[in-house]
Design a protein around this ligand. Structure first.
Ligand SMILES: [Zn+2]
Length: 136
């Protein structure tokens, strides 16, 4: 029995582009970057920056990987909905509001909470779909 431990780069990129298209943010560019976080949506450039630690994904990282991508896609959807400049202002306002309330600028940030909930809610159906398609 053959157990594939790693997801190929091609399949990984196919999953990302399928997700971007499905959520109608297909114009988002994807870039691998050495960074502390797993991923970051750069609202100024419209780029989904993905940590080089995801250069190859292991099967056991699939859940975390999908949640991360969906989380960043949610930010891209917000940026599209409001316009990126407006969204950036709204996001910064929210950060400052949380700080002023003595709360955490990210953990208590409504845009972060919504993005995380979106990832948590949707990752498993995508995992099933990608599995069916033989991508993972
Ligand atoms: Zn986020």
């Amino acid at each position: 029995m053959l157990i594939r431990e790693f997801i190929s780069e091609t399949n990984k990129n196919k999953m990302i582009s399928d997700l971007l298209k499905y959520y109608k943010v297909g114009s988002v560019k994807v870039k691998q970057k050495s960074m502390k976080d797993h991923a970051h949506y750069n609202v100024d450039t419209g780029t989904l920056e993905l940590s080089t630690r995801y250069k190859t994904i292991k099967n056991r990282q699939i859940k975390e990987f999908l949640i991360t991508i969906l989380h960043e896609i949610y930010h891209a959807m917000d940026a599209k909905k409001y316009g990126w400049k407006k969204f950036k202002e709204m996001y910064e306002y929210e950060m400052n509001l949380q700080i002023a309330k003595g709360k955490h600028q990210y953990k208590d940030n409504k845009y972060e909470i919504n993005a995380e909930n979106f990832g948590q809610k949707n990752w498993s159906k995508w995992k099933r779909k990608f599995k069916k398609e033989g991508l993972i």
